[in-house]
Design a binder for this molecule. Structure first.
Ligand code: F6R
Ligand code: ZN
Length: 185
């Protein structure tokens, strides 16, 4: 029998080696209303890349899994660190696992009651995102933050449910990384 060569991932940076890799870049201009300092956001060229997701092309459907790496650039909009848009899964009950690979940052988790918590992301960290939990990566470091993720292909994304934003914002205040509670509205 032949030995097939599976896809590969470099644990140093999260890049895949495979025949079919799907890549999606999210630019500053795609993130309207996400950062709290809208004046600072408008001052950044809209084509500035904020993060990139590379995914293996894999089977879709009940029981199938996706694998992808998020590469989140370092930087801030005003005092707020670069972050992903963040989402609940469309199929709310579906969880996900993130693995920190490089850089340093935070994983912001929030349940449907609006209770938020932060986990430190660093090379080798493992994050079990339970069902019914929204999630967002935040890069608080000076290099690219890369995290590998595995999630059910049926999970989908629900971005609209977080139109009000998360309950915590992570900012640089007095030279320190600080999480601030948000008064929604
Ligand atoms: C998939 C997942 C990640 C994110 C990626 C980008 O369920 O959690 O692959 O999709 O980190 O973040 P969003 O989708 O919030 O723009
Ligand atoms: Zn997800």
């Amino acid at each position: 029998f032949p030995f097939f060569m599976p896809p590969g991932v470099a644990f140093t940076n999260g890049h895949f080696t495979a025949e079919n890799i799907i890549t999606k870049v999210t630019h500053s201009g795609d993130l309207a209303g996400i950062f709290h300092d809208q004046t600072a956001w408008r001052a950044i060229p809209s084509e500035t890349p904020i993060y990139q997701v590379e995914m293996l092309s894999s089977a879709q459907g009940e029981g199938e899994l996706y694998v992808g790496t998020t590469h989140l650039n370092p930087g801030r909009v005003g005092d707020e660190f670069y972050m992903t848009r963040g989402h609940f899964h469309q199929r709310r009950e579906q969880g996900e696992v993130y693995f920190g690979l490089r850089g340093s940052g935070l994983l912001l988790l929030q349940n449907e009651q609006g209770e938020a918590r932060l986990e430190e992301v660093s090379p080798g960290s493992v994050h079990i995102i339970p069902g019914l939990t929204a999630h967002r990566l935040i890069n608080t470091g000076t290099e690219v933050l890369s995290a590998l993720a595995v999630w059910p292909s049926i999970a989908g994304h629900d971005y609209a449910a977080l139109a009000q934003g998360f309950a915590l914002r992570v900012v640089l205040h007095d030279g320190k990384i600080q999480a601030k509670e948000v008064q929604n509205g």
